[in-house]
Design a protein. Structure first.
Length: 156
């Protein structure tokens, strides 16, 4: 934001001890580390994923992507999004961060995504094609994984 001309506090909003950057926000901050530990403890995230401050966020995502396909990259991405939401709630709504709440939000968002994704695929395959001119065309939308070595992350 600062490079776009906005005046902001550059300290990590969670711990107020170091400059906020992607690695600090998503991996190094004690609040964030607690989120990752809790996700591993709940066996929601695979313990073999390198959630360490020694890795940057890009190395962590790349290691996760090339690891065993059963690792659950979708869960990692949703937890990153939930950490971002927790950060924004703290900055803009003065809400205290809570690792349990952050993980719960991630789990709910992941469950909703899985239900919609599976439901959309089921509906798409069961809808007959109609060629009636008077009918409105229905468009079903489903998130598809990007091809190749890309990761798509949308933040609000």
């Amino acid at each position: 934001m600062a490079h776009r001309g906005m005046t902001i506090d550059s300290c990590c909003p969670f711990c107020q001890s170091e400059t906020e950057d992607l690695d600090r926000l998503f991996l190094e901050c004690p609040i964030t580390e607690d989120c990752w530990r809790l996700a591993v403890f709940h066996t929601w995230i695979n313990i073999n994923i390198p959630f360490s401050a020694h890795f940057g966020i890009s190395q962590m995502l790349n290691s996760t992507r090339v690891a065993d396909p059963a690792v659950g990259m979708d869960r990692v991405i949703v937890l990153l999004w939930s950490i971002w939401k927790t950060r924004n709630n703290m900055v803009f709504h003065i809400e205290m961060p809570n690792s349990g709440t952050t993980l719960t939000r991630a789990k709910k968002a992941h469950a909703k995504w899985r239900i919609k994704h599976n439901l959309t695929q089921t509906i798409q395959s069961s809808i007959p094609s109609f060629s009636t001119i008077n009918r409105k065309k229905t468009h079903w939308i489903a998130l598809r994984k990007p091809q190749g070595e890309f990761i798509k992350i949308n933040f609000d």
